[in-house]
Design a protein around this ligand. Structure first.
Ligand SMILES: Nc1ncnc2c1ncn2[C@@H]1O[C@H](COP(=O)(O)OP(=O)(O)OP(=O)(O)O)[C@@H](O)[C@H]1O
Length: 264
């Protein structure tokens, strides 16, 4: 699939404070169409706050966020599905006592798009919408190699498979932008390599733009086309992985956080 440099998302001078804490200070960068952009920074740098602004959980005090040129911050929250943003959460936000299929079905809710009454009464259009959402869920489970786990409870899965379920749920509504919040957290070395291949293949197969928050720097540097680094809410670097890795401000921000090998 051809990549372009046209921005899919533009973060434009976004600032967000929590009382006296400046979590984001005038942060600007773009996620080009079909690009994988890694967002790095030490603990407390502002990465999750930015994700929460893009998914409209937080409203920044100033700046704008545009998807294909249209401001999401000025759009009503119920219009958000139309912007095509899917996300996963740092601490898995799954229902352990429900099946894999049921968990992914939760993400398909916007596809059903019928009143609760129509669903409860089993109206024909509600049944058709639900059948089509179930078909989509099965398609995504298959794409992620989870089809044989569909009826298992999430509580019975390995941690790596739970992470896949989160990604499946984020994909079910056919997003154009996938926000991945620490997908490698808690994974073993080999599982991280599998994850890297999965992220690339999802981008290639579906033409997705991906914004990846990750502490696993080797994964970020391997998989990203472009890397943005934050520190104390400020953008300190923005460029190709090799350039950002060697940026003195990035090296300094990480000093003491992790061994130098992570950045070598
Ligand atoms: N809801 C909140 N209320 C108050 N302060 C907050 C809130 N959310 C984040 N912060 C503060 O904003 C700053 C940025 O936090 P954020 O969680 O965005 O950083 P992060 O880069 O995602 O860190 P980590 O890598 O540890 O997840 C921190 O100082 C944090 O304590």
């Amino acid at each position: 699939m051809t990549r372009t440099t046209r921005p899919f998302v533009e973060i434009d001078r976004v600032s967000m404070r929590f009382g006296g804490i400046a979590a984001l200070c005038d942060v600007s960068f773009a996620v080009p169409e079909r690009a994988i952009v890694g967002l790095i920074g030490p603990n407390g740098a502002g990465k999750t706050t930015l994700f929460n602004c893009i998914s409209r959980l937080y409203q920044p005090q100033s700046g704008d966020i545009r998807v294909q040129g249209k401001s999401i911050l000025h759009a009503p929250v119920h219009e958000m599905p139309a912007f095509g943003i899917g996300r996963t959460f740092q601490n898995l936000a799954l229902y352990p006592a429900l099946s894999v299929e049921a968990n992914v079905m939760v993400g398909a809710h916007p596809l059903v798009n019928c009143s609760a009454l129509a669903e409860a009464l089993g109206m024909p259009w509600a049944r058709r919408a639900e059948a089509s959402a179930r078909a989509r869920v099965r398609e995504v489970l298959e794409a992620l190699g989870l089809e044989r786990q569909a009826s298992r409870l999430v509580a019975q899965l390995t941690y790596a498979d739970r992470k896949r379920v989160e990604i499946a749920r984020a994909l079910v509504c056919r997003p154009r932008l996938l926000l991945l919040d620490e997908p490698a957290g808690g994974l073993h070395h080999e599982e991280v390599a599998v994850l890297a291949a999965l992220i690339r293949s999802l981008r290639d197969a579906h033409g997705l733009s991906v914004l990846l928050v990750e502490h696993h720097l080797n994964l970020v540097m391997t998989v990203s086309d472009h890397v943005v680094a934050l520190d104390f809410g400020h953008k300190i670097a923005d460029g190709p992985p090799a350039q950002v890795r060697n940026e003195p401000a990035v090296q300094k921000a990480y000093l003491g956080e992790m061994d130098d090998a992570a950045l070598a």
